[in-house]
Design a binder for this molecule. Structure first.
Ligand code: GLN
Length: 545
C-alpha cells in the first residue's frame, strides 16, 4: 500500500516548502523507505521550459528531457534519485489531457467539470506515479500558497484523496511563515493561523505544521500554533535559518518529525541512518580552503536562476574541502565598460553559465578571453561552451566577426549554428535537444582524466551547436574536442591542453551533481582553482625571497 504525503504552503511563497518536502523524503529514506516526490505547479504553462529564468528561476532538466520546475532538482539532490518529467504536474498538462479526452468524445453526453473530471485527472496522475515508481511513500508538494485561485482544483483533489486512500495512508503537512517583529523581537503566528483556516475552509485539516522562522520558535508560539491549528504540540516543527539547506532534514528530525510522520502513517519507526548525510554536512561546515569564482551571466540578479550550478559548486567544494564563494557578475556591465574586465584578476576561476539570446554575450566573451589570456581556470556550460568557441575563433583563429547565429544571423563565420533538425521548428515548447544523451570521451585528455570513462551520459538543453564546417580550423589552432556524440556529429566537450584548466561542455553537468557525488567537471574546475591559487601563491612567495 502506497502512502501519500501532501505539502501545502501558507502566508508567502518561497518559504521553503520544497526543502521541507525534500527533507521529509530524506527522513523517510534514511529509515529505509523508498520515496518519490511530485511537484504541482498550478500555472497554466504546460511546463517550465518556456518560462523566463529571471522571473521564475532556473528551468531544471530531467534525464527523460523534461523541462521542469527547479524543485525537482532539489528532490533529486536530497534524495539522490532520478525523477521522470511526469513528476512535475501543471494546470496546463491537466487541462490539455482533459480537453483532449473531451474532443475524443470520451465524456460523450456529459458536461465536463472541474469536479470531478479535472480533479480525477489530478488524482489519477498522482496515483500512477506511486504505482510506476514502486515506492512506499509519494510526496506531493502543491506550489503556490493556500488561497490562490489557480491552486484550488489541486487542493480539492488532495482533499478527496484522504477519503479514498484512508486516514493512515495520507498526511497533510502545512509549511507557513512565522515572522519576527523587528522592534519587539516577537514571533507572530497570526498569519500562519489564517493560512491554516484557509486550508480548513477548503476541507483540509493539516496533520503537521512546519513553522518557517528565522529562529527556533519559542514555546509560546509553538503552543499557539498547536492550539489554533488543532494539532498536538508534538506535531509542530520549526524550520529555522541554517547555513546550508542540507541541514534542514537534520534539524527537523532532531525535533522528532521523522518519528511523528512514521507513527502517523503507521510505518515502522526504524533507526535513521544519517551517517553519510552528516559527513557531507560536516565537510560543508568545515572547509579548509577557499576559492573565489566569478560567475559572469545574464541572470546574475537572481541567484535562483543558477540553483543547480550553485549546488554543484557546493557539492564539489565539499569534496575538495573548499568553500566556493561565487560572485555573480552581470555580463552586460562588462560589455558596457570593458575596463572592468581587469577586475577579474581577483578571482581564482571564471565560470560562464547557460544562457539565451544576445544580451551580455560580448561581456561573457570578454571574460572568456581574459581567462584564456591570463591562464585563469575556466569552466563554461552550454552557452558558456558555445561562446568559448566563438571567442577562440575570433581571437585565436583570426576568424573576424565569428559568432553564433543566435547572436548575429549574418555573421561571416557562423562557428555556432542551429542544429539542422532545429531549422523548421516553430513551436518553442519542449523542442530543444533535451535530456540525457551519450558522449564518447577521447583518451588522454582532461575529460578522460575527470570522468575516468570513455562513455558518459549527461543532460542537455540547447538548439545551437558547433558548426561542422569549422571543426578543423578550431582544432588546427589547438582546441581539442575531447567529447563527442556517439555518431561524431556533435561536439560536446572542449579543452585547451596548453592551459592550466580551460574546459567547457555543451551539456549541463550540474543536473546530475549530488551531495557526496559531485559532478566531475565542476569538481575538476574547483580543484584547478585551488591548485592554481596555490601555484600563484608559491610563485609570489619565491619572487619576494
Ligand atoms: N542558447 C544556446 C542554445 O540554445 C545555449 C543554451 C543553454 O545555454 N542552455 O543552444
Amino acid at each position: 500500500m502506497v502512502k501519500f504525503v501532501f505539502v501545502t504552503g501558507g502566508v508567502l511563497s518561497s518559504v521553503g516548502k520544497g526543502i521541507v518536502t525534500s527533507s521529509i523524503g530524506k527522513m523517510l529514506q534514511v529509515r529505509g523507505f523508498k520515496v518519490t516526490a511530485i511537484k504541482i505547479d498550478p500555472y497554466v504553462n504546460v511546463d517550465a521550459g518556456t518560462m523566463n529564468p529571471y522571473i521564475h528561476g532556473e528551468v531544471y532538466v530531467t534525464d527523460d528531457g523534461g523541462e521542469t520546475d527547479l524543485d525537482l532538482g532539489g528532490y533529486e539532490r536530497f534524495l539522490n534519485i532520478n525523477l521522470p518529467k511526469e513528476n512535475n504536474i501543471t494546470t496546463g498538462q491537466i487541462y490539455k489531457a482533459v480537453i483532449n479526452e473531451e474532443r475524443r468524445g470520451d465524456f460523450l453526453g456529459r458536461c465536463v467539470q472541474i469536479v470531478p473530471h479535472v480533479t480525477n485527472e489530478i488524482k489519477h496522475r498522482i496515483r500512477l506515479i506511486g504505482e510506476r515508481s514502486k515506492v512506499d511513500v509519494v510526496l506531493t508538494e502543491c506550489g503556490g500558497t493556500v488561497g490562490d485561485i489557480e491552486g484550488l482544483p489541486f487542493l480539492e483533489a488532495i482533499r478527496q484523496m484522504r477519503l479514498e486512500e484512508g486516514f493512515d495512508n495520507t498526511l497533510y503537512a502545512h509549511v507557513a511563515l512565522v515572522p519576527i517583529l523587528d522592534f519587539s523581537g516577537e514571533m507572530k503566528t497570526k498569519p500562519l493561523q489564517h493560512s491554516v483556516n484557509e486550508l480548513r475552509r477548503i476541507g483540509i485539516q493539516p496533520d503537521t505544521i512546519v513553522a518557517r522562522c528565522k529562529k527556533m520558535i519559542d514555546s509560546e508560539a509553538l503552543r499557539k500554533i498547536a492550539l489554533f491549528g488543532t494539532i498536538p504540540e508534538n506535531a509542530v516543527f520549526c524550520s529555522y535559518n541554517v547555513d546550508f539547506i542540507y541541514q534542514v532534514p537534520l534539524i527537523l528530525d532532531e525535533q522528532g518529525m521523522g518519528e511523528y510522520i512514521c507513527k502517523r502513517l503507521r510505518l515502522e519507526n526504524r533507526k535513521p541512518q544519517w551517517g553519510e548525510w552528516n559527513q557531507f554536512v560536516d565537510s560543508l561546515k568545515n572547509p579548509r580552503f577557499k576559492v573565489k569564482i566569478a560567475l559572469v551571466g545574464k541572470y546574475a540578479g537572481l541567484v535562483d536562476s543558477y540553483v543547480s550550478m550553485n549546488e554543484a559548486f557546493r557539492h564539489a567544494g565539499a569534496t575538495c574541502q573548499a568553500q566556493v564563494l561565487i560572485d555573480y557578475i552581470e555580463a552586460e556591465n562588462l560589455e558596457r565598460d570593458p575596463s572592468k574586465l581587469k577586475l577579474l584578476k581577483r578571482y581564482d576561476g571564471i565560470f560562464i553559465p547557460y544562457g539565451f539570446g544576445p544580451r551580455g554575450t560580448e561581456g561573457k566573451m570578454g571574460a572568456i578571453r581574459f581567462a584564456r589570456e591570463n591562464d585563469t581556470p575556466f569552466l563554461g556550460i552550454c552557452y558558456g561552451f558555445q561562446l568559448a568557441v566563438v571567442e577562440f575563433a575570433r581571437n585565436a583563429c583570426e576568424l573576424e566577426e565569428a559568432n553564433s547565429t543566435e547572436i548575429n544571423p549574418d555573421t561571416p563565420h557562423p562557428v555556432i549554428d542551429l542544429m539542422p533538425e532545429q531549422r523548421g521548428v516553430e513551436y518553442k515548447g519542449a523542442t530543444m535537444r533535451l535530456g540525457a544523451h551519450k558522449i564518447i570521451i577521447k583518451k588522454e585528455t582532461v575529460a578522460h582524466r575527470l570522468y575516468g570513462a570513455e562513455e558518459i551520459t549527461e543532460r542537455h538543453r540547447h538548439r545551437w551547436e558547433v558548426n561542422p564546417d569549422y571543426w578543423n580550423v578550431l582544432e588546427k589552432h589547438g582546441l581539442v574536442f575531447s567529447g563527442k556524440s556517439p555518431d561524431g556529429r556533435r561536439m560536446e566537450i572542449l579543452e585547451l591542453p596548453s592551459k592550466f584548466f580551460f574546459f567547457a561542455s555543451q551539456f549541463h553537468g550540474e543536473f546530475k551533481s549530488r551531495p557526496g557525488k559531485p559532478d566531475p567537471e565542476y569538481c575538476g574546475f574547483v580543484k584547478a582553482c585551488l591548485d592554481k591559487k596555490l601555484e600563484n601563491r608559491n610563485q609570489n612567495f619565491e619572487a619576494k625571497q
